[in-house]
Design a protein around this ligand. Sequence first.
Ligand code: PLP
Length: 386
Amino acid sequence: MHRKVDFHKPDITKDEINEVVKTLKSGWITSGPKVKKFEDAFERIYPKGYKAIAVSSATAGLHLSLEALNIKKGDEVIVPTHTFTATAEVVEYLGAKPIFSDVDAQTLCIGVDNIKGLITKKTKAVIPVHFAGYPCDLDQLSELANKNSIDIVEDAAHAFPTKYKDRLIGSISNHLTVFSFYANKTITTGEGGMVVLNNEKVSKRIMQMRSHGIDRDVFDRFNSIKASWYYQVVAAGFKYNMTDISASLGIHQLRRSHIMLEKRQRIAKEYNKKLTYLPIQLPVNCEGNSQHSWHLYSIRLNKEINSYRDDLINYLTKCGIGTSVHYVPLHRHKYWSKKYALEAVDFPNSENAFKSCISLPIHSKMTLSDVDYVCHSIKQGLQEIL
Ligand SMILES: *Cc1c(COP(=O)(O)O)cnc(C)c1O
């Protein structure tokens, strides 16, 4: 049997394609009416008073968020080690120092117990990552942050649409939340991101800094009755705006996000059912009113057999199945470990997860027969290897 199951495939329909073509023919291709429409649609899913600011990537959004919170040299920002390098690199963009935290052994998200001991007088912010699309315990994190007067910037790159209890990620008051629309995320604009927050002053700063620190946005300049050539630079800003071409994708991806979520939920349920009674640990599911976005479905080999992890990956590759490892933790990367003298013994939960985990394909272009094939191949692979 030779099949191919991609680790990820973007789910692009005629609607996205037609919208992009319309935009290309419209005469306005950079930030303009489509970005506005995408932002407005995003804002409508949040309570009144929330602002959605489209940016060129989640990395840009995280950078803008920390900048707007006035994070600077001498400050410390707590980040999980079990994440993508973007979460930590943005802290360095501003000359501040990332402080690396271990994660919860089950959820692989940071919890209060992981970060309590890391808070100092210099701590200005924490960046929790909703790993795989499972929500961090935000009530507890908020309480700790409030007590210590530190800000929370949620790295929600995996978490659209995740719910914490009955609240959509992005709707916690005074948090800044950053989504990613990178090609393999739950909704995509090719490259792109969105910052969601309910703080007027901070959102104004983010909007200015997203386009060169200019006090008027380009579309406004060319469409308002005020003189179009006049603007003032009020800060040395960045070039982090989203294009109308990207937003054309986003408008339809957002509209279809629930259909795509339902498909991933169905796949996760099927994996949960078919992968029981094997020497592997399945990812944690959400309880109560919380909702997993199922961006990733990451299994872990039981401790006794985790030395065979790479063999199983190789076996699945031979079966035509794409997999990945989330993550090679930051404390295992040359740059971070050297600069901050990070040692694996200080991050046992992340370390154990790294050694035993395999992320399986989960995306809305996958069929249940693909899921079947993946499960069957895992069983065969384990039989052959063990
Ligand atoms: C993908 C990802 C990012 C970066 O997103 P971009 O939109 O590519 O900049 C940041 N954090 C995590 C956890 C991610 O998975």
